[in-house]
Design a protein. Structure first.
Ligand SMILES: *Cc1c(COP(=O)(O)O)cnc(C)c1O
Length: 408
């Protein structure tokens, strides 16, 4: 009997359409395998992954060291809950704290959970350390923020679509323009406990704030006794050319949130990180997670961190990112309004007159490059940090071809 014909992409799309919630609008490509910077679809076509799962795969797909750590741990122990200790969590948290220079870390799974953890930590600090009256603590956030999808977090989004139909929302999150330090100064009141900010806004379209913004914000927070909370879930772990994006401004946030690449694309691992002044406000029973700090996640987290440090991925990101951004600008496409970013977190802004970014992403897909539009006009380029200059050079030819078409 002849082998049945391979399922075509269309049948996978139909199946997903039929059985999934329609809360995403993915490109019509069905992936089945990945290795390093490459992914393959069900029809055997190879693509360069220039999204890296929103920077969760900074180390590349199936990094051998992270896969090996996961395999080893799979044969030992995977879950204990926090009712008991395990032999991976302590070493993981020590290595994480040593990498970023803080006293302690609270492990969670997804980014949104780590953001929620930071919110709880800062509110408690507001009450117990700052003496803010009960239930009055405020955490200032920025317009166009993205911190995740829980009801509390979307409640302080400025994006109507993230909120519409999901209220009522948690109060206590005044919003100010991003990149405007004076607006922060003006917004701080007696009940302000914290300021939650992304050093570069990723989902908003790779918005890089004015030079020195985070430094100024940190100074304002320190003078006012307000906790600075940096959401480095996307910008952290080498993505912007430093281990943390805050380093560009020589800022040490009071509370640091990491996730995404902390799990190396293999397992969800996140953490809220702070010194004892903040962390010790959590007492047994105050907060928790069944899976947070589990031995499999901790082993994966240790390996994921080690790869970023051992392979000096922050420096690669810095060097390749500056060069790649310059090359993108040199294409001189009439469709491009701006190329912006830091390290290998790059946004190419398509002019409104050239239509939305989506058709450009579809054209790139046909040429073997996977990138995703964000906020209609921006194509984001964020390949794994293990990418080589030669691979990026080849990608530039395809990108230039797409950006040179009159109508992609
Ligand atoms: C992705 C992201 C989150 C949410 O992480 P999840 O793992 O999807 O919950 C939060 N903040 C920023 C800046 C992000 O990029």
């Amino acid at each position: 009997m002849p082998a049945p014909p391979a399922r075509a992409t269309e049948s996978w799309l139909k199946e997903a359409e039929r059985y999934s919630a329609h809360n995403y609008h993915p490109l019509p490509v069905v992936l089945e395998r990945g290795e390093g910077v490459w992914v393959w679809d069900v029809e055997g076509r190879r693509y360069l992954d220039m999204l890296s799962s929103y920077s969760a795969v900074n180390q590349g797909h199936l990094h051998p060291a992270i896969v090996a750590a996961a395999r080893t741990q799979l044969d030992r122990l995977t879950l204990t809950s926090r009712a008991f200790h395990n032999d991976q969590m302590g070493p993981f948290l020590r290595e994480l704290c040593e990498a970023v220079g803080y006293d302690a870390a609270l492990p969670m799974n997804t980014g949104a959970e780590a953001v929620e953890t930071a919110i709880k930590m800062v509110r408690k600090w507001g009450y117990e350390v700052r003496g803010i009256p009960a239930d009055q603590a405020e955490i200032i956030v920025c317009d166009d923020n993205f911190h995740g999808r829980t009801t509390t977090i979307v409640g302080f989004s400025s994006e109507d679509q993230y909120r519409d139909g999901f209220g009522p929302f948690t109060p206590g999150f005044p919003r100010i323009p991003f990149g405007d330090a004076e607006a922060l100064r003006a917004a701080i009141g007696p009940n302000t406990a914290g300021f939650l900010v992304e050093p570069i806004q990723g989902e908003a379209g790779v918005i890089v704030p004015p030079e020195g913004y985070l430094r100024a914000a940190a100074d304002i927070c320190r003078e006012a006794g307000v906790a600075l909370v940096a959401d480095e879930i996307q910008t952290g772990l080498g993505r912007t050319g430093r281990f943390l994006c805050s380093e560009w401004d020589e800022v040490r946030p009071d509370v640091l949130i990491v996730g995404k690449a902390l799990g190396g694309g293999i397992y969800p691992v996140s953490a809220a990180i702070a010194d004892r002044e903040f962390m010790d406000l959590f007492r047994p029973g105050d907060h928790g997670s069944t899976f947070g700090g589990n031995p499999l996640g901790a082993a994966v987290g240790r390996a994921s961190l080690r790869v970023i440090l051992d392979e000096d991925l922050s420096r690669r990101s810095d060097e390749l990112g500056s060069w790649f951004m310059e090359e993108l600008r040199r294409i001189g496409s009439p469709h491009v309004e701006e190329v912006r970013g830091r390290g290998l977190m790059i946004g190419v802004v398509i002019r409104e007159s050239s239509g939305p970014a989506r058709p450009f992403c579809e054209a790139l897909e046909r040429r073997g490059i996977l990138a995703k539009e964000t906020h209609h006009q921006v194509v984001r380029f964020a390949p794994p940090l293990t990418v080589s200059r030669a691979v990026l050079q080849d990608a530039l030819l395809e990108i230039a071809a797409v950006l040179s078409e009159s109508c992609p």
